[in-house]
Design a protein around this ligand. Structure first.
Ligand code: SF4
Length: 277
């Protein structure tokens, strides 16, 4: 179940060079490097003439708008310019510090930035998000964005049992994010699908039996995914939402069906409410 408000999703690239093992997008897009879309800016211009300016645009929900290829193609930069010229509100979702290159555009009203940080453990991040900038770089990006009064959101997701589920580390991560001026936290657990699961067990064969037990034997089928049992999902996410609550941040869980105040205290899950205030 998705609790997101209505929004357009914009992808300058297909595929994603960051190659996160847990990536859900590879269910419908091949696990390949980012490829620029043909005539992307021309087509975007035509579409913007027909689009409803009241609906925010997310750049991008199932690929990263700042893969290394963006240095050369500058499609995301071009898109941001156009979106701003047409008066659209934009939520940038990325793992990359390259967003700072576009600070001249990003710092203006109507843009928020959501950065994903799954762990502060550099070694673990290098395995599960091999080509994405390090967690340190993502933190320093948040710092810079806050300095420039850009509203920031952090996605602490997905939480994968045995990998990045240590409750003390998760609380510490949220505390650091609050210090860096982050306004909103989104979190969720990893949802099992065969393509991403195969990549995970290849990297962590020692956990395959436990993951099978948790997802296949004890988990539940939701659409085309297998979820962990609800009680376990609640247990894994509690340290994050409790710490966010304690520190006065807004927080939400994503596609978890956990919408009580304990797990969701925000007008939107994805942080697009920050575009309106
Ligand atoms: S950055 Fe996002 S879209 Fe890119 S591989 Fe990682 S999870 Fe997938």
């Amino acid at each position: 179940m998705c609790t997101c408000p209505q929004k357009y999703s914009l992808h300058p690239y297909t595929g994603c060079s960051h190659k996160c093992l847990y990536c859900y997008a590879t269910y419908y897009v091949r696990y390949t490097d980012s490829k620029p879309k043909r005539d992307f800016l021309g087509r975007l211009k035509r579409d913007l003439n027909k689009a409803d300016r009241r609906i925010p645009i997310v750049l991008s929900s199932s690929s990263d708008p700042y893969p290394p290829e963006e240095k050369e193609y500058k499609l995301t930069r071009g898109a941001l310019r156009l979106l701003q010229r047409y008066g659209f509100k934009v939520l940038i979702m990325t793992k990359s510090d390259m967003v700072l290159r576009d600070m001249d555009i990003v710092k203006k009203d109507g843009i928020c930035v959501s950065i994903t940080i799954t762990t502060l453990d550099r070694k673990l991040s290098k395995i599960i998000e091999p080509n994405a900038p390090s967690p340190d770089k993502r933190l320093s990006t948040l710092k810079e964005l806050t300095k420039m009064n850009v509203r920031t959101i952090v996605r602490v997701d997905p939480i994968i049992p045995l990998l990045n589920d240590d409750p003390i580390e998760l609380r510490e991560l949220v505390a650091v994010l609050a210090e860096y001026g982050v306004r909103h936290i989104v979190t969720s657990t990893y949802k099992f699908r065969l393509d991403s699961y195969k990549r995970l067990i290849e990297a962590f064969p020692e956990y395959s039996n436990t993951w099978k037990l948790l997802y296949v034997n004890r988990g539940v089928k939701v659409g085309s995914y297998r979820y962990l049992a609800r009680s376990l999902r609640e247990k894994l996410l509690r340290p994050i939402v409790h710490e966010a609550s304690r520190l006065g941040l807004t927080y939400a869980t994503c596609r978890e069906r956990l919408i009580t105040k304990e797990f969701f205290n925000s007008p939107t899950c994805d942080g697009t409410h920050l575009l309106r205030v």
